[in-house]
Every structure is written in C-alpha cells, then in structure tokens.
Design a protein around this ligand. Structure first.
Ligand code: ATP
Length: 396
C-alpha cells in the first residue's frame, strides 16, 4: 500500500500565541507532511491505525501527506539523510519510539543538519511503549489521562492537525567505540534496560509488556556494578556551539564532555556508590504510556532527569516504585534507595562485564558512555500550549 495525497501550496501561518503557559510555541499549520510508518511496530497494526484513524483526520484537516512504509531497520534513516527537506513541513512517525530515533539520527548525519533538525517532527503512537506520544499528550493536556492507545492516537493526531510546534532538547551520546548518537528520550542501564529489551518478545500484548517484563525481572533481581558521575544542572543555559570540520560541515560540539578516557572535571559530582539496580536518564515525562517517570520534565527544559536506584532495595519496594510511577508518584514514596538529580551531562562506566544499555529503547553497545544535553535544537510537531480540552471532548 502506498498513498500519496496531492501536495498543494497552502498558507503557512506562524503565530506566537503569547497567552500560552510557555513562549516557545508556534502555530504552524502543517502543509506537506511525510508520514513514516513501521508496519511491524507494536502489535503490527500501524497501517490499520493509519487507515482507520489518521487518514480521516488528515483529510478532514486538509493536510496533504505522503505515506512511506518502512521496509526494514535503517530504511527511514537512509531516507531522511538524502530527502529534499524543502518539500516537507513536518516528518511524522507512526510507530514506536525506535523509528523516531532513526529519523533524528538520519537528520543529524546530514551536512545541513542545523537546518534539517529544525524540521518539525511528529509522533503518532503505533508501538508498544509510545513514550514520546504519551509525553506529548501529557505536556498538552496535563490533567487529562487516556485509557487506551487509540485515545492517545486521536489526541496526537488532533494536535498534529492543529499544527502546533515547540522546541525539543536532544542529547548527544558518546559510546566507547567513539560512535555518537542523538537521543530524544532516555538512556537506561540495569533493571530498566533489561526490562525494555527482554520484554520485546511480549510486544504483541501492547503497553502491558513492561509490567510483565518488570515482574519477570523482579524474580531475578540483579545488582550491576559501575561508576556514575554527572554535571549538575546549575550552570546557566548552554548555547549551541559548532566548529567547522575543515570542509563545509559544521560540527556540533559537546563542550561539557571531556574525552571518555580522561577523568571527569572537578565540577562534576561523582556518585560514591558503585552497586546499582538501575540508572535511568530521561528527558521526556514518560518512559512508556503508563510510566510517568519524570514528572517535572518538559521537552525543552535543557535538563537530563537522572534517576538511579542503589543496591539494597527489596523486591517489594522496587515494585512499589514502578507501580507508583504510573501516576508519577515514585519520588513521593520516600524510598532511600532512589536518587533523582537534574543534570546537564553524565558519564556511566559499567564494571559488570555484561549487560544491556538502551538508548531511546534501542540496544546499543555495552560499555562506558557519556552524554550531554543540547537545549532546544529540535522541533516537536504535535504540541499544544493551551488548555484545550482533549479531542474526544471537542467532538462531543
Ligand atoms: N519494516 C520494518 N521491519 C522491521 N523493523 C523495522 C521496520 N521499520 C523500522 N524498523 C525498526 O524496528 C525497530 C522498532 O521500531 P519501533 O520502536 O518504532 O517500534 P516498536 O519496537 O514496536 O515500538 P516500541 O519501542 O514502542 O515497542 C526500530 O529499530 C526500527 O528502525
């Protein structure tokens, strides 16, 4: 199936709403949208979600679109590396968070990454985790929950059609092989990474896969040795610093990070514990549809929300934390093993010889890594700055 609606010239209206709670929002009615769908994401129903719900919304809102069905891993990354972005006002992902991770890294691979990453990126939930979609819904309708992925899809589709755009932080991640990645969601090591990766096999059951994975992992609770250090979020907002590569490409500098083989600067805090149950760095509010992991996070707050749980926590206490996370209440549990810091950068050096590290839910090479936030370098498309009622209420 391949659908392409006609691309018509329509007026682009850019309005600073002023009355909204934050001043970074623009109303930019999407004109031409490329929608990338991973047909295998989640329960394998992304195409049905498109034809059953999204297509009608786009048609009703007169938003011209081109549908691209991804054929394999890295298809989307290769495509956005080369595509003529002047043809598109937004790139929209109907999938899980993994496909957006590919698209962001494809855009950042480009010679013209500075302009490319300013292409508004939209998300429509088609995966089993849907962390960014749940976060977007939360930023837009903080007091309105949703009970099913379909409701979340309608909410994100509605906001996409409204054409609201806000800025988004990206985090630059350095792995020990010198590979550099750009992340919009999270970096996880220990319990959370294990659950995320191991529960992939239950993805056909949808978001509940994380609860199933958590219960399985709790039964075999492990301690992971490693070193953690971070730069607290006390320094003033960092600006985007670039340097030329000697040709035409500007390089985005990670000026807060020393080389991975050098010690961290004295201004950093070194965590004295070396036995962890989990380390989670997150920069959106939600880690999954029903995991409100960072209650204070905003997409462009210039902070990495760093959580870690040190060894010694009991299985029931850890389960209580995850159950409380459904309502964002884990920090109110008074758990002495859970630590939360807002940081600009951090370094993690696992000492346990084998394990999992997940960046935006995707497994990456295991080993030392460090990361730095780049405030507001991306644009997130379905964002709503006002207290509009959620779409189901609008229609009644
Ligand atoms: N047609 C395809 N077939 C197989 N894999 C694909 C295809 N298109 C994309 N992928 C890859 O599949 C991986 C998972 O995609 P994604 O995260 O979007 O869905 P998901 O894993 O079902 O969602 P979630 O992470 O919410 O569970 C990504 O690495 C993506 O690049």
């Amino acid at each position: 199936m391949r659908a392409e609606s006609e691309c018509v010239k329509c007026e682009s209206q850019i309005v600073e709403p002023g009355g909204g709670p934050r001043d970074t929002f623009k109303v930019r009615r999407p004109c031409r949208v490329m929608i990338l769908v991973n047909p295998n994401s989640g329960r394998g129903q992304a195409l049905q979600l498109f034809s059953g719900h999204v297509q009608t919304m786009l048609t009703e809102a007169s938003v011209p679109y081109k549908l691209v069905i991804t054929e394999a891993k890295n298809h989307a990354r290769e495509l956005v590396r080369k595509v003529d972005l002047t043809q598109w006002d937004a790139l929209v992902i109907l999938s899980g968070d993994g496909l957006l991770f590919e698209v962001i890294n494809g855009l950042m691979d480009r010679e013209d990454w500075q302009q490319a990453i300013q292409t508004p990126l939209g998300i429509l939930p088609g995966g089993s985790g849907n962390a960014l979609a749940a976060s977007v819904h939360h930023y837009s309708f903080p007091s309105a929950g949703f009970s099913q992925t379909k409701e979340l899809l309608l909410s994100c589709g509605f906001m996409l059609c409204k054409g609201l755009v806000g800025s988004m932080d990206l985090v630059s991640v350095h792995l020990s092989s010198r590979q550099r990645l750009f992340s919009f969601l999270s970096i996880a090591w220990g319990f959370v990474a294990d659950v995320d990766v191991e529960s992939e096999k239950y993805r056909h059951v949808g978001p509940i896969r994380f609860l199933m994975g958590t219960l399985v992992r709790l039964a075999t609770l492990r301690v992971y040795q490693g070193r953690l250090a971070y730069l607290p979020n006390t320094i003033s907002k960092t600006s985007v610093e670039t340097q030329s590569d000697g040709n035409t490409k500007a390089l985005l500098l990670d000026s807060l990070l020393p080389s991975l083989d050098e010690p961290v600067p004295e201004s950093w805090t070194v965590v004295k514990e070396e036995d962890f149950v989990l380390v989670l760095a997150i920069y959106q509010s939600h880690l999954a549809e029903d995991l409100w992991a960072a209650p204070g996070a905003l997409p462009d707050d210039g902070a990495i929300h760093l959580f870690y749980v040190v060894a010694g926590i009991s299985r029931p206490a850890l389960l209580r934390l995850f159950l409380a996370m459904e309502k964002g209440g884990h920090l109110d549990c008074g758990c002495p093993y859970l630590v939360y810091e807002k940081v600009k950068a951090f370094r993690l050096e696992p000492l346990t010889p084998q394990g999992m590290i997940a960046v935006d839910g995707e497994t990456v090479e295991y080993g030392p890594l460090q990361a730095q936030v780049h405030p507001g370098i991306g644009l997130l498309a379905p964002m709503c700055p006002t207290s509009l009622p959620p779409p189901s209420l609008c229609r009644s």
